[in-house]
Design a protein around this ligand. Structure first.
Ligand code: AMP
Length: 513
């Protein structure tokens, strides 16, 4: 694209860099540890330049992947930004991944560079070199390691590498609840279009301060939270891990918080959560997993703030959001709001009664396909170019989207479709129930039987038959659980998503040998 004789650069980093404040010596990031570290915009600029120069010096082929298997730190964010700046492809990995999991990612993505913690260097480097990777660096949360050491020999000025909007920028591996994890390929254009939409839609202001508590190996913490603050030139208060009491202590002075539902539940358990603690806040965002209506209500009562729930996924970045601006409507608990500007969303083959069907989407935010899985990619798109999200839901008369579950979590019992979310909502409203997860397990007569796994509130005792009787008075018989398991906790992943696959495996023998 020509612009007054100059090529415009569609590299995401170029847009983020343009948003840095004019005074580069102002605060960009302050860490929330015992000894706070303060990073200016100039620090971000220089450190990412050094790292980008280090990558340039490695003479990597175009499109090379840089994998990060590191704990959260400001330097890990700088690594991400530097990979963009250098025009390479970033591959974030959960640092909890062990050798078996890492083998899949290394074999599949064939990164040219791997960055890991010093403690894991032994086994990670061995695996990486075995899979053809030429460079393994270390990066630790105390700002040590070979990556920064090597980068320190490079210049702190660097021209952002030219990239087109359609060029690959990030590969996000899906959480892989069924089969092997697939790499979702996101382009510079996917991420930037979404970040720009959210900047406007969520009303980012010049004086915003984001409290950053999410992991940065995942879309929510990296692409929604970091891009949000950076594209607005807003400072972040940076937590390497989520600690509810410490987070509350840092809300005064801040304006925006983004979390997963479990974080809201844990913050609600803190006596320090008061309107006073939230006095400077303007926006609480929740996503990555469904927010219980009860959490939504409790937050309103305790803080006077209404959580804004949004919905998205690795393959599409953000898709829907509850309104930010009251003029566009209220924020409704139990819904994920309306499609964002520029995002088309439709329901495929809706149920005649409930309107529920497969959610399909289209827009500049939708990914470029699964890494090296052309056939799989084709299957997930309709003939007319819409992406099948795999989520099931409906759109109500006011245009709000309701998600009732993943298509693969749908229970088919005696030929009837049961949407787990409906049964879960009924259970969660019963006295003594903290939360629940509904799954289908093999059954000799019904094919699958509805089973509920229920967590009692502290101090409550629950028994299966009583819960089953109570659900019977609310729902059609085929939806009523055949069995209820009472348990202390639901298995969750790092983003707070309930692991239904694990529950199905655990309870698969309930009705069959
Ligand atoms: P991931 O790619 O790991 O971000 O997972 C995306 C999936 O998380 C979506 O396909 C949904 O199933 C789920 N998800 C994300 N946000 C929400 C939400 N607000 N409510 C319910 N499910 C959500």
């Amino acid at each position: 694209m020509q612009n007054g004789g100059m090529m415009t650069n569609d590299n995401l980093f170029a847009a983020l860099r343009d948003a840095f404040p004019a005074d580069l010596d102002t605060l960009a990031i302050e860490t929330a540890g015992d000894i706070p570290l303060r990073y200016s915009w100039r620090d971000l600029d220089r450190a990412t330049a050094r790292l980008a120069n280090l990558f340039a010096n490695l003479d990597l082929p175009a499109g090379s992947r840089v994998a990060a298997h590191v704990d959260k730190s400001v330097e890990a964010l700088m690594l991400y930004l530097a990979v963009q700046r250098a025009g390479l492809v970033y591959l974030p990995l959960n640092p909890a991944y062990q050798a078996g999991e890492m083998t899949h990612f290394l074999r599949d993505a064939e990164p040219a560079v791997v960055v890991c913690s010093g403690a894991n260097f032994g086994w990670v480097s061995k695996l990486a070199f075995t899979h053809g990777c030429g460079h393994v660096f270390t990066l630790d949360t105390d700002r040590t390691g070979s990556l920064l050491e090597r980068a320190s020999f490079h210049a702190d000025e660097h021209t952002v590498v030219q990239r087109a909007a359609s060029d690959l920028a990030v590969i996000l591996y899906t959480s892989g609840t069924t089969g092997r994890s697939k790499g979702a390929m996101l382009t510079h254009g996917n991420m930037l279009s979404n970040a720009r939409t959210l900047k406007t839609f969520w009303g980012w202001r010049p004086d915003d301060v984001l409290v950053h508590v999410l992991p940065i190996f995942h879309i929510h913490g990296l692409l929604v939270a970091c891009h949000g603050a950076l594209l607005n030139g807003s400072p972040m208060v940076w937590f390497d891990r989520f600690e509810p009491a410490r987070v509350l202590a840092r809300l005064p002075g801040a304006t925006v918080f983004m979390g997963v539902p479990t974080m809201y539940v844990r913050l609600l358990a803190e006596p320090g959560l008061t309107p006073e603690a939230c006095r400077t806040m303007r926006l609480f965002v929740s996503g990555s997993a469904p927010l219980l209506p009860e959490t939504f209500r409790a937050w309103q009562q305790r803080t006077g703030h209404t959580i804004l729930e949004r919905y998205g996924m690795s393959e599409t970045v953000m898709l829907t959001s509850n309104p930010y601006d009251a003029a566009q409507g209220e924020r409704r608990g139990g819904t994920v709001g309306r499609p964002l500007p520029g995002v088309d969303l439709r329901i495929a083959s809706p149920d005649t009664d409930s309107g529920n069907g497969g959610i399909e989407v289209r827009g500049p935010n939708v990914f470029a396909g699964y890494w090296r899985l052309a056939e799989k990619t084709k299957e997930e798109f309709t003939a007319d170019g819409w992406f099948r999200t795999g989520d099931v839901g409906h759109i109500d008369t006011d245009g709000y989207v309701h998600i009732v579950g993943r298509a693969k979590d749908l229970v088919i019992t005696g030929g009837f479709n049961v949407y787990p979310a409906e049964v879960e909502a009924t259970l969660d409203d019963l006295p003594g129930v903290q939360e629940s997860a509904v799954i289908g397990v093999p059954h000799p007569d019904f094919g699958e039987a509805v089973v509920a796994v229920v967590v009692p509130r502290p101090g409550a005792t629950l028994d299966g038959p009583t819960l089953i009787a109570a659900v019977k008075s609310h729902l059609a018989n085929f939806k009523v659980p055949k069995h209820v398991v009472v348990t202390a906790d639901l298995p969750r992943n790092a983003m707070g998503k309930v692991q239904k696959k694990a529950l199905r495996e655990l309870h698969q023998g309930l009705f069959t040998p």
